[in-house]
Ligand binder design. Structure first.
Ligand code: GLN
Length: 256
């Protein structure tokens, strides 16, 4: 089935460019506010005068072409099990997109499946697409609460984690950040998330992008470049800057 176009926004004046945004598996992988990430990307692109086309992809859909930006969320182990066969069929295409520089943000459950595998608490292995050199094994307890990271590229990043999977990065992945407060990938090595090419995998729900617009704008910049343009944000009075700053302050002040 051809995936539905959730919406298409055309600006009044001549658009500066066109961004095709794809949300992966929203039916099964979309919890703790993850959909908010997609809305932030669409809205910030519109504020800069870009046309935005938002598509979703669920099992059995046709994977659209010319995608400039991919977003995926978290889910229960059961949701991961539901998408695994379809994901395995799409692994080659997704890997090719990642190598080609398509920016991608994958959270929690899909972050785990962008690695090599997730082994559940019952010992079942759910294979991943191996875009990130990472593997995840279910741990004995859930790691839950607000989390604050230090990142090289985006400064302080604030989010909310809720997972039992313990992720270990291999040498080909670099972390998204180091944990200032919270657990991150596994609660022991001080690392959070994984990165390669223009792919960011992370446990940070919350959702991530409303609280961390710098990450949203980085993804949009890479998307515009992938579409053949240059992201040159015009002078702009960010209408949600104060809200984002307040949300970050509150989350960072309540670690758990
Ligand atoms: N099932 C995974 C875990 O608990 C992912 C959870 C999530 O996406 N929030 O580790």
């Amino acid at each position: 089935m051809t995936p539905p176009i959730i919406y298409r926004h055309t600006t009044d004046s001549a658009a500066r460019g066109h961004i095709r945004l794809l949300q992966l598996y929203p039916h099964d992988m979309n919890i703790y506010g993850d959909w908010g990430n997609t809305l932030v990307l669409a809205r910030r692109a519109q504020w800069q005068g870009y046309d935005v086309e938002l598509l979703t992809y669920d099992p059995g859909d046709e994977l659209p072409e010319d995608v400039h930006l991919v977003v995926g969320g978290g889910g229960q182990d059961s949701g991961q099990a539901r998408i695994k066969d379809d994901l395995a069929q799409r692994a080659g295409e997704l890997r090719a997109w990642a190598t080609d520089g398509v920016p991608m943000l994958v959270i929690c459950g899909l972050y785990q499946l962008f690695g090599h595998r997730f082994v559940t608490s019952s010992g079942t292995e759910i294979p991943g697409v191996s875009i990130l050199d990472a593997q995840t094994v279910a741990g004995p307890k859930r790691l839950i609460g607000n989390i604050t990271l230090d990142t090289e590229e985006f400064g302080t990043v604030v989010g909310y984690e809720n997972h039992s999977g313990l992720t270990t990065l291999g040498p080909a992945a670099r972390p998204f950040g180091t944990v200032r407060s919270g657990d991150g990938n596994n609660g022991s090595d001080g690392l959070e998330g994984g990165r390669i090419h223009h792919v960011i995998g992370t446990y940070l729900h919350g959702s991530l992008l409303p609280k961390n617009p710098a990450v949203a704008d980085w993804l949009l910049a890479r998307a515009v470049e992938h579409a053949g343009g240059t992201w040159e944000p015009g002078p702009f009075n960010d209408p949600v800057e104060a809200w984002a700053a307040q949300a970050r302050r509150v989350a960072a002040s309540r670690p758990r």
